[in-house]
Ligand binder design. Structure first.
Ligand code: HBI
Ligand code: FE
Length: 296
C-alpha cells in the first residue's frame, strides 16, 4: 500500500530534486503490505544477494543473516530492532522518505536510523530517484551491526548538527563525505576490493560497474580529498573512494572539523572524475561512457 504522503517541498539532495516529507516518525504498517510488495522485496533480495556474493564486504551479508533478513517477507522493523539494540544500541524508525538535513543528522546523532516504510513498485525494480524500504533496509541497515561503522554513523550525525550551527557552508562537504562512504564506498580487503556503500549494494547495475568496469577511478580514501570532490546523481559514479577499514573512517572523523571547514571554504572543489596529484590510485579510470558536465 502507498498512502498519500504529505510532501513538504522539493529539495536538492544526494538524489537530485526530491520531495522532502514530514518529519513524523511512523509505525511500520506491516500488516498492510500487499502480496505484490512482499514479492518485490523477494525479487530484489534474491537478485542482489546473488550479485553480491564475492562483491560485497563479507560482514554485509553476514549481518543480513544475523538480522534474519530473507526473501520470504519484508522484514519487520520491530524484529530487526531487537537484534540491533542489543548489538550496537541503534534503533530503526519508520519515516515517509527523505528528511530535512538537520532532522536526519539529529536522528543519526542519537543512534536512530530513519527507514522509509514503503517499497518501490514492480516497474521500478532497477531505478528510482528516492530511497525506499529496499534501499534503506537491505543497503544501510546491515552495517549498523558493525560497532565501528555504527559509531562512525553517529559521529557523522553529530558532526552534521554541529556544522549546521557553526559552519552551514560546510554542509556540502559533509554531504560529499556521506555520499562517497556510506552510499558509494568500497573497502580494500585481503580478497580484493569489496562494496560496502548502500547506494551500490542496492543497485543491480552499479554492483557490477563499481568493481568491474574500467571506466571509473578507484582512489584511496582521504578525508579532505573526498570532501572536495563533487559527485554524480544522474549516472554511476566517476570515482569511487576505497577505505582500508571502518576504523580508518572513524579515525578520520574524530578530530574537530572546525579548522578543516575554514580550509575547505578557501579551496575549489574537484570535478567528480579528475585524478589529483596526491591520489593513491587503485585504478585510473578510462572515462569511457562518461557524460560531460552535471557534477553536483
Ligand atoms: N533523509 N530519510 C533520509 N535518508 C537519507 O539518507 C537522507 C535524508 N535526508 C538528507 C540526506 N540523506 C542527505 O542530505 C545526506 O547527505 C545527509
Ligand atoms: Fe541511502
Amino acid at each position: 500500500m502507498q498512502t498519500a504522503a504529505q510532501k513538504v517541498e522539493h529539495q536538492l539532495t544526494d538524489k537530485g530534486y526530491v520531495p522532502v516529507y514530514t518529519t513524523r516518525v511512523i509505525e511500520q504498517p506491516w500488516d498492510s503490505y500487499s502480496a505484490v510488495e512482499h514479492q518485490t522485496w523477494a525479487t530484489l533480495f534474491r537478485r542482489q544477494r546473488e550479485l553480491l556474493a564475492g562483491r560485497a564486504a563479507r560482514e554485509f551479508v553476514e549481518n543480513q543473516e544475523r538480522f534474519g533478513m530473507s526473501a520470504d517477507a519484508i522484514p519487520k522493523f520491530s524484529e530487526l530492532n531487537k537484534v540491533l539494540r542489543k548489538a550496537t544500541g541503534w534503533e530503526l524508525i519508520g519515516v515517509e522518505g527523505l528528511l530535512p538535513e538537520l532532522t536526519f543528522f539529529e536522528h543519526l546523532a542519537n543512534r536512530r536510523f530513519p527507514v522509509t516504510w514503503w517499497i518501490r513498485k514492480p516497474e521500478q525494480l532497477d531505478y528510482l530517484s528516492e530511497p525506499d524500504l529496499f534501499h534503506d533496509l537491505f543497503g544501510h541497515v546491515p552495517l549498523l551491526l558493525n560497532p565501528v561503522f555504527a559509531d562512525y554513523m553517529q559521529a557523522y550525525g553529530a558532526g552534521g548538527v554541529k556544522a549546521a550551527a557553526i559552519a552551514p557552508e560546510a554542509l556540502v562537504n559533509l554531504t560529499r563525505l556521506y555520499w562517497y562512504t556510506v552510499e558509494f564506498g568500497l573497502i580494500n580487503t585481503a580478497e580484493g576490493l569489496r562494496i560496502y556503500g548502500a547506494g551500490i549494494v542496492s543497485s543491480k547495475g552499479e554492483s557490477i560497474y563499481s568493481l568491474e568496469s574500467a571506466a571509473p577511478n578507484r582512489i584511496g580514501f582521504d578525508l579532505e580529498r573526498v570532501m572536495r570532490t563533487r559527485y554524480r546523481i544522474d549516472t554511476y559514479q566517476k570515482t569511487y573512494f576505497v577505505i582500508d577499514s571502518y576504523e580508518q573512517l572513524m579515525e578520520a572523523t574524530r578530530p574537530d572539523f572546525t579548522p578543516l571547514y575554514a580550509r575547505l571554504a578557501q579551496q575549489e572543489s574537484f570535478p567528480a572524475g579528475e585524478v589529483q596529484s596526491g591520489d593513491r590510485v587503485f585504478q585510473r579510470g578510462s572515462g569511457e561512457g562518461w557524460l560531460d558536465g552535471g557534477d553536483v
